[in-house]
Design a protein around this ligand. Sequence first.
Ligand code: G3P
Ligand code: CA
Length: 262
Amino acid sequence: MMARASNPLLDLDARPVIAHRGASAAAPENTLAAFELAAGQGADALELDVRLSADGAAVVIHDPTLDRTTDGKGPVRAQTLVDLRLLDAGAGFSPDGGATFPHRGQGLRVPTLGEVLWAFPRMPVLIEVKEPEAQEAVRRVLVQEGVVERCVVASEHPAALEAFREPPFASAASGPEISHLYWNVLLRRRVAAPRYDLLSVPLRHRGVPVPTRRFVAAAHGFGCPVHVWTINEPATARRLWARGVAGVVTNLPGVIRKARDD
Ligand code: G3P
Ligand code: CA
């Protein structure tokens, strides 16, 4: 089992390349195929999204509905795990703007969280809990699979993170916590020690840059690395690393890995 201290997602000095929904520019997002491709391209960690099935399973899918990525329709929460497993998770992916759909009918499924963690036994994973109701199922999987130390749990929703605020779990800042730090840094106000272990932030919010040098320095003052999404341009990644950003969340892990290592 990976010790928490050696999880590159939590290391201020590491520059992990984090595959956003897997290598999702080249394979259907949040599928085992996308995660395998990311690992093959040298990603240091995986990012994935978790929702609940109707019968309480933690399943890996981004949208609240099935329509965009699968051949199903309607809410994910309306389907049992057995029914979700019948869907084609490669149905919505097209590498050429809808001209072709090369992954249709290839047997790609909506994976469970446990299945991904089991398939990549040494890979650090940034788990985004998309709905607060899913947090208990996520916590159960992490404990049962014995993978707590290599995972960090993130969510926009503070209520989705309550189960992950104390060791041995590690959590990312929620949306309101990111805003709180951002505004206090801007106004040069002191901020109390946070309950999160890292910040995973957008490059810009409503057109305004989020990971400024002062924002990153403030995070470092708490021992929290800053990760930025979703970065597919090597030049942007280099600029972020130069200002102290640690992780780069990308749809193109091979490209960003090369930019880091060259
Ligand atoms: O962690 C947030 C990042 O994954 C970007 O959000 O919409 O792609 O889940 P989204
Ligand atoms: Ca996500």
